[in-house]
Design a protein around this ligand. Structure first.
Ligand code: SF4
Ligand code: SF4
Length: 440
């Protein structure tokens, strides 16, 4: 294991380029026998990774070789959906120069990109409840993150981000933009919204969050989806949990369809959302195996809502139970390691095209061609926290002249976090507790 690579990745500020943004230098400080590049891009409408795997296949495999060697693995696998034809073709063409590497084609189901699901699909190993892939000797990394690791090894910090701009926008596209521009500025690159009244979902429609147009593009922004006001997706995301709980108490018929599709239940983990509905709605513990603690095994993929014929939201109730437990200082204590996945799991995988129709997003399931020309911006506002862990501490003052790539905030001593670099050349014009502003 090269200490040097960890230091380079840390100093370049690499975090998981989607999701929670876990600092990559911590993830790479490990020994594993297999490294998986997660190219599933399972969130509907997003188009970043599938195009990067096509356009930068050779660079991605070089990055994967670097990570494989670093963690002492025997092999590296790029796992992507079988219908990403161009990406699969480009990767297969580049493979002969990388003898330790291979490509694994996944079916078109959701959530193929769930870390634990992809580990099972590729290796047949089941990550224990509440565990991480490293528990079964696997490191999983996202496509863009791996490319950033290679850049870090060459001294290039993370200052830009690939983002798919889609939904109700004039010209859906995938762009490369400086960190710290606003959501509105990013959407303008796609011609702006086509509807007067809308909200923006940051991430995918399944696990993304509604954000304001003034919020910043960060290291974890992967997609910005303009959703017209009143769309069922917004109704689902914005429904208060009290309403969801009342509906659970009155309408849940305990059919268990939600549990039948739950990807973690299908891996043999002790989560059964239909039973947790009883716990959340009635406080019922009639099955002593299902207590509020089991909600910790929910990954929040939201699939249960779309399997439910009553349109109920087990995921939201699970989130609420997790928050209540965490608020009382109670942590997950479930850590079984199932021997087998659920019987017939392979027949219960949820087709992504069906999901897109159920989400009411079929009209937006279109190409979003990539443009890698980074546009110039006059100003950026860089949040001091752009991933998991503590906010970074500024190392510049107001009035300082900075060049693109300069370190402007570092990880606090002894804390988990990621450093931040100037994403444009200019002058620092403001620093507050949350962000640093740079004007060109
Ligand atoms: S699918 Fe819906 S109705 Fe059926 S058990 Fe789950 S939450 Fe209840
Ligand atoms: S959101 Fe629903 S389907 Fe997904 S892991 Fe949680 S309970 Fe299972």
């Amino acid at each position: 294991m090269s200490e040097n690579l960890i230091a380079q990745v840390q100093s370049a500020g690499v975090v998981g380029a989607g999701g929670a943004g876990f600092p990559t230098h911590v993830k790479l400080n490990a020994k594993a026998d297999t490294v998986i590049i997660n190219g599933a891009e399972c969130e509907p409408l997003l188009r970043v990774d599938q195009q990067l795997m096509d356009r930068q296949a050779e660079k991605l495999l070089t990055a994967l070789d670097l990570i494989v060697d670093h963690v002492g693995a025997e092999k590296g696998v790029v796992a992507l959906k079988e219908h990403y034809h161009a990406a699969a073709e480009s990767l297969k063409k580049a493979l002969p120069a990388h003898p330790k590497l291979s490509v694994h084609l996944l079916g078109a189901f959701y959530p193929a990109g769930d870390e634990q699901v992809i580990v099972y699909e590729v290796t047949g190993r089941i990550v224990p409840e509440g565990g991480i892939p490293l528990a079964v000797g696997v490191v999983v990394t996202n496509v863009e993150t791996a490319l950033n690791v290679l850049d870090a090894s060459q001294g290039k910090p993370v200052v830009e981000k690939y983002v798919t701009l889609t939904g109700a926008v004039r010209t859906p596209k995938t762009v490369k933009v400086p960190l710290g521009i606003t959501v509105a500025e990013a959407l303008a690159l796609a011609g702006g919204p086509t509807v007067p009244d809308y909200k923006v979902v940051n991430g995918g429609p399944m696990m993304g969050k509604i954000v304001g147009v003034d919020s910043a593009v960060t290291k974890t922004t992967k997609g910005l989806i303009v959703v017209p006001a009143g769309h069922p997706l917004l109704v689902s995301l914005e429904r208060p949990v009290t309403d969801s709980t009342r509906r659970a108490a009155t309408a849940c018929m305990q059919c268990s369809l939600c549990s039948e599709v739950c990807p973690r239940h299908m891996l043999g983990h002790r989560i059964e959302p239909h039973k947790l509905m009883r716990v959340a709605a009635y406080g019922s513990l009639c099955d002593p195996e299902q207590t509020p603690m089991n909600a910790y095994l929910c990954v929040g993929c939201r699939l249960c809502e779309y399997a439910c014929v009553m349109g109920l939201q087990p995921w939201k109730l699970n989130n609420n139970m997790k928050n209540i437990l965490a608020g009382k200082g109670i942590r997950n204590s479930l850590n079984n390691k199932p021997e087998h996945a659920a019987p017939f799991r392979d027949y219960k995988r949820y087709p992504v095209h069906k999901l897109i129709h159920q989400l009411g997003l079929a009209a937006y399931d279109v190409d979003a061609p990539m443009d890698e020309t980074v546009p110039a911006f006059r100003s950026v506002t860089l949040p001091l926290r752009q991933g998991a862990g503590a906010p970074s501490e500024p190392v510049v003052s107001v009035g300082a002249a900075v060049s693109k790539g300069d370190l402007i905030a570092k990880i606090p001593e002894g804390k988990l976090g990621s450093s931040i670099h100037a994403s444009i050349t200019g002058t620092v014009t403001a620093i507050d507790g949350d962000s640093i502003v740079i004007q060109a």
